[in-house]
Ligand binder design. Structure first.
Ligand code: AHR
Length: 648
């Protein structure tokens, strides 16, 4: 049968693992020669790209349960509803006189006439507020009781309005902004809860920064999503975008100084992806997140240009100093001594030790002279003051063609150290381009493949997409002297609140699962060798709809710590492949090892909330194999073999 990546017939076969001596007729060979070493593999080759798209932060990793807590959204009362008890005379409005502070300009004011009727203000978060029995939740709000007398009750309730727990905030509220808070211990689970403030008094009362945060959080982050990131063991964290950094216009481009300090002082802004961002996770949190994950932080800064794909606003060249200074200030914030003004700010936020940021990106998906002349200003200013900082130059959105070639030419002529390429392509393209980086100039700029994903028709997260990405990754690994960082994109998706598929991790209020692509990232990174080992595949290519593909895609590396040879093999075709694995006799295997395999019945399979583990890696212990053995690589599978050698 002619193999097809569009139609997959799955053969249910147990892993066939037999000594070579009993095998006849195997004409597919992977020959490994561990004495011939290739490039050293970048220790941070596989990382994550974090952008607040698809509500990855607000309504996602940021544990805040209230939507639009500060009434700064474009629709100022989005997320909120007001119910007046029968006969109650009251009105509300969004005000900006005497705000909590100059960055947080809007708040909600009630003018309540009747003092024996209640006003109920409630928020349903994102698809309801998830409440877990036995857990504690911190309610807080800034309140200014201009002329108000009466109690404010806090209530957590279910979607029908039934009370789950209540607490009183008291009945005395100063006519200056003050933060009031109370901890609520929830007795029972409610996945679809509401937060309500019940105003029982009369007069003028102002509310802002109404927050409900689970006590179980890490620096404001949701533990289950954090765990998913930790599991990836990412080598770097590229943040905070993406197009988000650029903005629709310069007005909503990402400015890091707006995102640090007490949350009520952060300058919320609307997001290029169509929603408001609270900046509850800002630059400081991204840095501590990178530290927690053991990942190299890679912040990306706006180059003074809003999203070029969306029309581009260029800041005038005589205002460039401000944009450049922002980056210099950031370097001082991240790395400077605590005696410096920005270093002192870092210490004040609880991190006196420097973050030792080394990589900084200027621009995202930018191109052309306007970008080049602006980049050159950043490059000069940063290198003059901080020669130790490595600056990433942005490639255009395309990964081939004229703008791409022009970007590379400019990069080569202008001492660019790393260029940020992005590849969103159909699976077939990935399979046909696994040797893309074999041809790159070893002396030129290095590559960060800052964003990539296979986009099949329908843009779903299927095994088919994961197979293509894994195949491409074998090529990244083999060329890790050129490609030093690579990240799948985007990272998170909250269905119902998303703008982009496919994505690596899907979640809702209470659940999370990894897509097949996630599991590929995880097993590739957890089995990242230290150095590439010479290996070759002998097999016939495969013709599919007039195109030629490899029958298998592979890479081979060595892990010094364990003495393991690591062979990664992707079989994107429906048939199982019996392969003779031949390891040069100069290196003896100990006969101990394991095989980790990702596969499924159909290439169109994916994981879902209902079936989150349909496609997960399965590990089998291997024993008693010698330097020559055969292995059956299942149809439509990604396999990582770890073969122990004791030493190199
Ligand atoms: O990953 C989603 C978007 O894709 C990024 O924001 C942008 O850089 C690219 O176009």
């Amino acid at each position: 049968m002619r193999p097809s990546i569009a139609i997959s017939i799955v053969l249910f076969m147990a892993l066939l693992f037999v000594p070579a001596s009993v095998l006849v007729g195997v004409d597919h060979v992977i020959a490994v020669n561990p004495i011939n070493l290739g490039p050293v593999i970048s220790p941070f080759l596989y990382g994550v790209f974090f952008e607040d798209i698809n509500h990855a932060v607000d309504g996602g990793l940021y544990a805040e349960l209230v939507r639009n807590r500060s009434f700064e959204h474009t629709d100022r009362i989005e997320g909120w509803s007001v119910v007046l008890e029968k006969g109650c005379k009251a009105s509300f409005s969004i005000k900006s006189e005497r705000p909590v502070n100059g960055n947080n300009t809007s708040y909600l004011r009630f003018d309540i006439e009747s003092d024996d009727r209640r006003v109920i203000l409630s928020n349903d978060g994102y698809d309801g507020i998830p409440l877990v029995g036995g857990e504690s939740y911190i309610f807080s709000s800034f309140i200014r009781g201009d002329d108000y007398s009466g109690e404010i009750e806090i209530r957590l309730m279910d979607s029908q309005g039934n009370s789950i727990i209540t607490a009183s905030l008291g009945s005395k509220f100063a006519d200056l902004w003050e933060r009031y808070s109370v901890v609520l211990e929830v007795p029972e689970d409610c996945h679809d809860g509401r937060l309500a403030l019940i105003l029982k008094g009369s007069g003028l009362i102002c509310l802002d920064m109404i927050s409900l945060l689970p006590e179980r959080n890490w620096h404001g982050m949701r533990p289950d999503l954090l765990e998913m990131l930790k599991e990836l063991k990412p080598g770097f964290l590229r943040f905070p975008g993406g197009c988000l950094v650029e903005g629709d216009s310069l007005e909503n481009s990402y400015r890091w100084k707006d995102t640090i300090g007490p949350v009520e002082e952060r300058k919320a802004n609307y997001n290029l992806w169509g929603y408001n961002q609270s900046y509850g996770i800002g630059f400081f949190e991204y840095l501590i997140l990178a530290e927690y994950l053991g990942a190299e932080p890679v912040p990306i800064f706006n180059a003074g240009i809003s999203c070029q794909v969306r029309g581009a606003e260029y800041c005038s060249m005589n205002t460039m100093d401000g944009w450049v200074q922002d980056v210099l200030d950031f370097i001082e914030f991240a790395n400077g001594p605590t005696e410096s003004s920005w270093g002192a700010k870092r210490a004040e936020l609880g991190h006196p030790e420097p973050f030792n940021v080394t990589y900084i990106g200027v621009g995202n998906e930018n191109w052309g002279n306007e970008y080049h002349e602006r980049f050159a200003l950043f490059q000069k200013a940063i290198k003059d003051k901080h020669p130790e900082i490595v600056i990433l130059f942005s490639g255009p959105p395309s990964y081939e063609g004229a703008p791409f070639n022009r970007a590379w030419r400019w990069a080569r002529q202008n001492a660019v150290e790393i260029i940020d390429e992005h590849i969103y392509a159909v699976p077939e393209w990935m399979l046909r381009n696994t040797e893309r980086y074999d041809k790159y100039d070893r002396e030129g700029p290095k590559v960060m493949l800052g964003e990539y994903a296979a986009h099949e028709a329908g843009r779903r997260n299927t095994l088919q997409a994961a197979l293509a990405e894994a195949a491409l990754m074998t090529g990244l690994e083999r060329n890790s002297d050129v490609v030093i960082m690579a990240a799948y994109a985007p990272l998170f998706n909250r269905p119902g609140w998303s703008q982009w598929t496919p994505d690596l991790i899907w979640f809702d209020s209470t659940r999370v699962y990894g897509t097949p692509s996630y599991h590929v990232q995880r097993i590739f990174n957890r089995n990242l060798g230290d150095i590439i080992v010479d290996s070759s595949l002998t097999d016939e290519d495969v013709e599919v709809i007039g195109y030629w593909f490899k029958s298998l895609y592979h890479s081979c590396s060595f892990d010094y710590e364990t003495g393991d040879l690591i062979i990664k093999v992707v079989n994107p075709w429906p048939e199982d492949k019996e392969v003779l694995v031949e390891i040069d006799e100069a290196t003896k295997v100990t006969g101990k090892g394991e095989a980790t395999v990702i596969t499924s019945d159909s290439i169109f399979d994916g994981n879902t909330f209902e079936d989150p583990e349909r496609i997960v890696p399965m590990t089998t212990v291997l024993s008693d194999f010698s330097n020559r053995f055969t292995f059956s690589f299942e149809g439509n599978s990604i396999t990582v073999l770890r073969l122990n050698t004791g030493s190199l």
